[in-house]
Design a protein around this ligand. Structure first.
Ligand code: 13P
Length: 252
């Protein structure tokens, strides 16, 4: 079953406007070599209009988060419609940093996914267990709760990709082993199949995220259930992110 390959940069809260512009310029020569890989840059909301104007056309724009509300009195929020208006195609919901720092619950993550879908954005849902949860043997139940609470409130067409991001692997330099990532990706795909059927599950891209770099990326892309990566730190350097995206292209 053919699934799209996705190389997604998540810059998090990094970079000035000048740095964002330079990143786009430096990445431009790499972009033509990435045909067949959906390449997405998720950046701080303030940087999105500038990136929309400066990224090569083949590179898609993504937001790191979206409001759970449509519009109105929600100080500090950015709505899905505003993102779409700024040229955004993709959005991340449920990132562990939003869950931990901004208090995003499964219920709120579902509302965010709904708003994104209403605005025509493609949603990447992040799930992942903490080290304590893994040590306690509750990885599967945590992932199931995070995934099913969102799946059960959406239609199959309303989710574009899943990302497995174990919290203990994010920003630590300690990526999950490809075996662990593959086993979880398969488990997640099985849960999707149970809710939305085999066909939808077989077509849903599943990404791995957590200390992915230009050296370890190819190992993940060799896994049958892993269709790409969500890259934090290494994506701040266009050359490193380019190597990762090229490794994904090479798997075709
Ligand atoms: P790192 O690649 O820096 O570990 O971050 C992963 C991540 O959280 C991407 O969303």
């Amino acid at each position: 079953m053919q699934r799209i390959s996705l190389a997604v940069a998540n810059w998090k809260m990094n970079g000035t406007l000048a740095e964002a512009k330079r990143w786009a310029e430096d990445f431009a020569p790499v972009a033509p070599a990435l045909e067949g890989v959906e390449t997405v840059v998720c950046a701080p909301a303030l940087h999105l209009p500038l990136l929309h104007a400066s990224l090569p056309e083949s590179v898609r724009l993504g937001a790191e988060d979206v409001s759970a509300y449509t519009n109105g009195a929600h100080t500090g929020d950015v709505s899905a419609a505003m993102l779409a208006d700024a040229g955004v195609d993709w959005v991340i919901v449920g990132h562990s940093e939003r869950r931990a720092e901004a208090g995003d619950t499964d219920e709120r993550v579902l509302e965010k996914a709904r708003r994104a879908s209403e605005a025509g954005l493609s949603t990447i849902l992040c799930v992942g267990e903490t080290l304590e949860e893994r040590r306690a043997g509750s990885t599967e139940s945590v992932l199931e709760r995070q995934l099913v609470s969102v799946l059960s409130g959406l239609k199959p067409g309303e989710l574009a990709a899943l990302a497995y991001e174990p919290v203990w692997a994010i920003g630590t330099g300690e990526a999950a082993s490809p075996e662990t990532a593959q086993a979880v990706a398969r488990h997640l795909r099985g849960l999707v199949a149970r809710h939305w059927g085999e066909e939808r599950a077989a077509r849903l891209p599943v990404l791995y995220g957590g200390s992915v770099n230009e050296k370890n990326a190819a190992q993940f892309f060799a896994c049958p259930d892993i269709d790409g990566a969500l890259v934090g730190g290494a994506s701040l350097d266009p050359e490193r992110f380019g190597h990762i995206a090229k490794a994904l292209k090479a798997r075709h």
